[in-house]
Design a protein around this ligand. Structure first.
Ligand SMILES: *Cc1c(COP(=O)(O)O)cnc(C)c1O
Length: 437
């Protein structure tokens, strides 16, 4: 029988020949590195090398890898049940997680919908907004308003609110629903939002609010669509404008949720509550795929009282008990940790260590917020040549376009952070020299 274990060479070869990686080609020439285990902040490659992880597996592994508390949560839950359908059944891990999320997020958010990935939670949020208006007889309020440089996921409706150019989805423009786009929020995080910064938002709402179900935003931190940090004043004003024009506000905190920006949720920087909130990524501490959509009783009840009297969504693996159990453990671990201090320390260290890159001619900007450090270059990086340079220096960093960015696990100590930042500064410095020469 074909049960022989694949040799090391075999499985890497199978990958190379048959498997798609994110945004990649089959038979790609850019390397993928075989990883055999991960512990704390280190990834261990098949050849024995260890890399300090600067990515937290795309914002998610906030406690690092192979954490005993999170491992135990999965093991314990797997002895009860790994999964059970959520239609007509419920379980303690889901109820516990809903209670945690309600307790931690702004007070008006009281109704929880569990989804299986960030993109699916965005789809559910958009459907919620549309159903909310249909339930009140506003069939035409089904389009969305959003800002440029956004990223909200890879499924079709999520793609329609991603930046049309940076969002990697311009190929699909003709098949996507057409949404309203305005310029990205202009005032930077520490700047004051001026009336003129709000004109595009105000004008679009004034003209089109009758067709707009919701404004979709990543609060404060725009992630993959540009790694920009914008003024809390802008978010506050956006909240007020949405109320004034009868448009819902959807906050996509899939990347920012659970401390990454220095607050537990980025909306706290502006002290606002969205009408609909999407969470994902760090929700399970990076262990399993799970997302959640929270909304207000007013919205959930309006949907439930309108036609057809139910919210029209229900994934097969909705509220998977293993994922809910590890999410509960991750949230409890986070709240019991000195996360504010850890993130403040990471922010100060990233700032101090990355700022020297501003002097390199290749570098357009360096910015930090919370446990996020960004170096924006003038030119896109060549992934095939830059990725091995980080690996040679013992760092796992995955740039994207013109952006080299770090979002380490919150548990990273200063020495590892120094090694990671030194690797980035060295690689960026050599890029400058290459270009100058
Ligand atoms: C990653 C991300 C998504 C999509 O989540 P997936 O789990 O990859 O589907 C949506 N919005 C933001 C802000 C993200 O960072």
């Amino acid at each position: 029988m074909g049960t022989a274990k694949l040799s090391d060479l075999d499985w890497v070869d199978i990958d190379q020949r048959h498997i798609w990686h994110p945004y990649s080609a089959i038979n790609a020439s850019t390397p993928v590195y075989p990883v055999v285990s991960a512990h704390g902040v280190r990834l261990r490659l098949q050849d024995g090398r260890e890399l300090i992880d600067g990515m937290a597996s795309w914002w998610s592994a906030i406690h690092g890898y192979n954490h005993p508390v999170l491992n135990a949560a999965i093991q314990t839950q797997s002895q009860q049940m790994a999964h059970v359908m959520f239609g007509g059944l419920t379980h303690q891990p889901a109820a516990q997680l809903a209670q945690h999320l309600i307790d931690l997020t702004p007070e008006p958010l009281q109704s929880v919908f569990f989804a299986d990935s960030g993109s699916v939670s965005i789809e559910a949020a958009m459907k919620m907004a549309i159903q909310y208006w249909i339930a009140q007889g506003h069939q035409h309020k089904h389009r969305f308003l959003t800002v440029r440089n956004g990223y909200h996921g890879d499924t079709l409706h999520a793609m329609s609110v991603c930046d049309p150019v940076n969002g990697m989805h311009n190929l699909f423009t003709s098949v996507l629903p057409q949404q309203y786009f305005i310029e990205a929020p202009q005032p930077a995080f520490h700047e004051t939002c001026q009336p003129e910064h709000l004109l595009p938002l105000q004008q679009t709402l004034a003209q089109h609010a009758d067709n707009i179900a919701a404004l979709m935003l990543e609060p404060i931190v725009q992630g993959t669509g540009g790694m920009r940090f914008y003024s809390p004043g802008y978010l506050q004003a956006a909240r007020d404008l949405c109320d004034a024009y009868d448009v819902l506000l959807i906050a996509d905190e899939i990347a920012t949720g659970f401390g990454r920006s220095g607050k537990l949720f980025a909306c706290e920087h502006a002290d606002i509550s969205p009408d609909i909130l999407c969470l994902g990524k760090a929700l399970t501490g990076g262990y399993m795929t799970l997302a959640a959509v929270l909304t207000t009783p007013q919205i959930s009840q309006t949907i439930s009282q309108g036609e057809p009297g139910v919210f029209m969504h229900g994934p097969t693996f909705m509220a998977n008990p293993l994922a809910c159990a590890v999410a509960n453990a991750s949230i409890e671990l986070l709240l019991a940790s000195p996360w504010r201090d850890q993130i403040a320390h990471i922010e100060a260290s990233l700032h101090q260590r990355l700022m020297p890159c501003l002097h390199f001619e290749q570098v357009a900007d360096v910015r930090t917020l919370g446990a996020i450090g960004v170096i924006e270059l003038h030119q896109p990086v060549n992934m095939a040549t830059i990725q091995p340079q980080f690996v040679e220096r013992g760092a796992w960093v995955r740039p994207f376009g013109k952006l080299i960015y770090l979002m380490p696990p919150f548990i990273m100590n200063d020495q590892d952070l120094a090694t990671l930042c030194d690797a980035v500064v060295e690689v960026v410095q050599h890029l400058s020299l290459d270009n100058a020469g």
